[in-house]
Write a protein that binds this ligand. Structure first.
Ligand code: FAD
Length: 565
C-alpha cells in the first residue's frame, strides 16, 4: 500500500497560500487562547519557506531518539515534511562517554554536537524551547522559549523524544546533597569538585577526618553509569593524582558503590557481574550489595542492609566528599502531564506506545526512547480470542502455532518469549496430535508471560527507534490523507529491536561486553571493541576526530590535574 501511495505527495508542492496551512495561509490564527491566556502561534521558523506547505513534523528533544530521526531523514527528496525540532538543549550529547568526562579522559566538547548543525543537514528548523504541554484536540504543542515566553507550535505529526529524568525513589536529601550524571554540566561539576576536594584535602589546615571524608567517593547504584564512574575514578586516582599530591596517601582515598541488588551490573549476565566485582576488589573499590539507601544528608549517606535479620545492626553511614546518584530513571513532568490526561495511558511510568511507536489514545503522535514504553500484549487475551474465533473449546498444535505467529507479527518483542512457549510444548512432551484445552494453554502462556519485560532505557533502543521512525515518516509523507496514512501505517512493519550487545568500562583499560545468549567477554580486547564501537557511533566527523585525539592524548600523556570552572 505504501508503494501504491507513492507519487502522490500529501501537500501542495508549490510555495503559495494554502488554506488552513500554518505559515502559508494568511488567515491562519496568529494567537490562541489557552486556559484563559492568549498565546502566540508560531508558524514559521526562519525565512526558508520552500517546505512550508508540507505536513508539519514536530520533534521534541535533541537526544538519541530525535537525532537518529534527523540523521535518517537526510535524503531530502524523501523528507516530505516541514520539520521543527524543539528542545531546551541546543546540542546532542553522547551520553555513554559522560563518565569519561568527569575525570577528563575525554573533554566535554568532544561529546557534544550542535543540534543546529544536525538540523541544517536535514533541512529541519530548530528552536530552543521546552515543551510544556500538548493540546491534542488543537494539535498544538505549548512550549516555553529560552527567553521564558510561552507560545504554541502546530503539528500534523508529533514525535516525543524528551528522554527521562533521574529517579530519587523518594529518598530524602538526594536532590540537595547528591549529584546526578545526566548532562554535560554534571560532568563539568564532578570534574571540578573532584579537583577542589583534592586541593582542600591537601591543605595543611585540613584534619585527618575531614581529609578522609573529602576523598570518599560514594556511588549509589551499581548499574553501568555507577560502575563506569568508579572505574574512571580508579584510573584517575591511581595513574596520576596520587603522584601529584605527595601529601596525600592512597589510604586517604576511598571509592564505594552501594547497590540494592545482589550484584553490580545486574542487567548483564552473572559472569560479567562477577568479573567486574572481582576486578573492583583488586582495585580496592568497595562494593556494598543488598543495601537500600534511606537518606542522604550533607556529606553523609545512610543505608540499610536489606536482608538484615531481627536484632542485627542494619543501618550504616558513609561520610562522603562526592556522592553520585545513579539508580534509575523516572518520568519528566511534561511526560507525566501527557499520560495523565489520556485515559488509555494506563502505564503511568512512561508513554505507552504500540509496536509501531504510536502513542496510545491519540492520533498522529509518536513517542520513542527513554520516555516511551512499548505495550506488551496480553497473550492470554489473544489466545482466548482465537478460541472464540474457531468456536472450539480446544486448539490443535497447528492452530496454536499460527496464533503464536500472529502474536509475534504484531508484537515482535514477544518472539523470544513465544519461542520459549514452543519449547515448553516440547519440554512437556505434549502430543502434537492431541488438542489442548484452555486451562492447559493458560498454564503454558502464564509461564512465559511473566518473563515479558519492557525494552531497556538505552541509547541503543532510542537510536534504533529513531531510525525506524524516520523510515516510516518518509513513507507516510507520500500518502494523500490522514485516513490513507493510517491504512498505510498498519501495513508497515512494527518496530523490532535488535540487541547489539552491552558494554561497560571497568577500569585499567578493561571493559566487559555482553552480546546476549551467554556470549560474554572482558579485558583489553573488549576495551578496544568498546572504544571502536563508540567511535563508529559518533554523530559527526568533528566529534569522532576530537574523541580519537582525547584518547590518543591519554595514551601518551597524563591527566590534566587543573580545574578551571
Ligand atoms: P535523551 O538522549 O535523554 O534526550 C532527551 C532530549 O529531550 C534532550 O535533548 C533534552 O534536552 C530534551 N528535552 C527534555 N525535556 C524536554 C521538553 N520538555 N521539551 C523538549 N525537549 C526536551 N545507553 C546505552 O545504550 N549505552 C550506554 O553506555 C549508556 N550510558 C549512559 C551513561 C550515562 C551517564 C547516561 C546518563 C545514560 C547512558 N545511557 C546509555 C542511556 C542513554 O543515554 C539513554 O537511554 C538515551 O539518551 C535515551 O535517548 P532519548 O532520545 O530517549 O533521550
Amino acid at each position: 500500500a505504501a508503494e501504491e501511495a507513492k507519487g502522490e505527495p500529501s501537500y501542495v508542492p508549490v510555495n503559495k497560500a494554502t488554506p488552513g496551512v500554518p505559515g502559508a495561509d494568511p488567515a491562519y490564527p496568529k494567537t490562541m487562547t489557552i486556559n484563559g491566556e492568549e498565546l502566540p502561534v508560531a508558524t514559521c521558523f526562519g525565512s526558508d519557506m520552500a517546505d512550508i506547505n508540507k505536513p508539519r513534523l514536530v520533534i521534541l528533544g535533541s537526544g538519541w531518539g530525535a537525532t537518529s530521526i534527523l540523521k535518517h531523514t537526510q535524503d531530502l527528496d524523501a523528507n516530505g515534511y516541514y520539520t521543527v525540532v524543539l528542545s531546551p538543549t541546543n546540542y546532542f550529547l553522547f551520553t555513554p562517554l559522560l563518565p569519561e568526562a568527569t575525570t577528563g579522559t575525554t573533554e566535554c566538547r568532544s561529546l557534544i554536537e550542535s543540534i543546529r548543525k544536525i538540523c541544517f543537514r536535514s533541512r529541519a528548523h530548530y528552536c530552543e524551547a521546552a515543551a510544556q504541554d500538548v493540546h491534542f484536540d488543537l494539535k498544538m504543542v505549548e512550549v516555553i522559549g529560552v527567553d521564558g515566553r510561552h507560545f504554541l507550535v502546530p503539528y500534523d505529526k508529533l514525535v516525543i523524544g524528551v528522554g527521562a529524568m533521574n529517579n530519587t525513589f523518594g529518598v530524602p536529601g538526594v536532590r540537595e546533597n547528591a549529584r546526578f550524571l545526566k548532562d554535560i554540566q554534571d560532568a563539568r561539576y564532578l570534574r571540578h569538585k573532584l579537583m577542589t576536594n583534592f586541593e582542600t584535602a591537601a591543605l595543611p589546615t585540613t584534619s585527618e577526618e575531614e581529609r578522609k571524608r573529602l576523598l570518599s567517593f560514594v556511588i549509589a547504584g551499581g548499574g553501568p553509569t555507577g560502575v563506569e564512574y568508579a572505574a574512571e575514578l580508579y584510573d584517575f586516582l591511581h595513574e596520576d593524582l596520587m603522584k601529584y599530591f605527595p601529601d596525600l596517601t592512597s589510604s586517604d582515598v576511598s571509592v564505594t558503590i552501594v547497590q540494592s541488588a545482589d550484584h553490580i551490573l545486574n542487567t548483564f549476565s552473572e559472569a560479567i557481574s562477577l568479573y567486574a566485582e572481582e576486578r573492583f576488589k583488586k582495585h580496592n573499590i568497595n562494593v556494598v550489595t543488598n543495601a537500600r539507601v534511606t537518606k542522604v544528608d550533607p556529606g553523609v549517606l545512610t543505608y540499610r542492609n536489606k536482608n538484615a535479620k531481627a536484632g542485627e545492626v542494619d543501618t550504616f553511614e558513609i561520610p562522603f566528599g562526592i556522592c553520585l546518584w545513579s539508580t534509575g530513571i523516572g518520568l519528566r513532568d511534561f511526560t507525566k502531564r501527557l499520560v495523565d490526561k489520556i485515559d488509555m495511558q494506563k502505564n503511568k511510568r512512561a508513554i505507552e506506545v504500540d509496536s509501531r511507536l504510536r502513542m496510545k489514545g491519540v492520533e498522529g503522535v509518536y513517542a520513542l526512547g527513554d520516555c516511551a514504553t512499548i505495550e506488551n500484549p496480553n497473550m492470554m487475551e489473544i489466545v482466548k480470542q482465537s478460541f472464540v474465533e474457531t468456536g472450539k473449546d480446544s486448539l490443535d498444535y497447528d492452530t496454536f502455532q499460527s496464533v503464536i505467529a500472529s502474536i509475534v507479527d504484531r508484537f515482535p518483542q514477544t518472539a523470544m518469549h513465544l519461542e520459549k512457549l514452543q519449547n515448553l510444548f516440547e519440554k512437556y512432551d505434549l502430543d502434537k496430535n492431541r488438542r489442548l484445552d484452555m486451562t492447559e494453554i493458560a498454564v503454558l502462556v502464564d509461564e512465559t508471560n511473566k518473563k515479558l519485560t519492557s525494552l531497556p532505557a538505552t541509547a541503543q533502543v532510542a537510536r534504533q527507534q529513531g531510525e525506524y521512525m524516520a523510515k516510516k515518516l518518509n513513507k507516510l509523507a507520500w500518502t494523500p490523507s490522514a485516513e490513507g496514512s493510517m491504512a498505510v501505517e498498519n501495513t508497515l512493519k512494527p518496530f523490532n529491536y535488535k540487541h547489539l550487545g552491552s558494554f561497560s568500562y571497568v577500569g585499567g583499560d578493561s571493559a566487559v561486553i555482553d552480546l546476549g545468549g551467554g556470549r560474554t567477554g572482558g579485558g583489553f580486547g573488549a576495551f578496544l571493541l568498546w572504544r571502536g564501537a563508540y567511535l563508529a557511533k559518533q554523530v559527526s566527523l568533528r566529534t569522532r576526530v576530537l574523541l580519537a585525539l582525547d584518547w590518543t592524548k591519554r595514551m601518551f600523556g597524563r591527566y590534566d590535574c587543573s580545574s578551571p570552572r
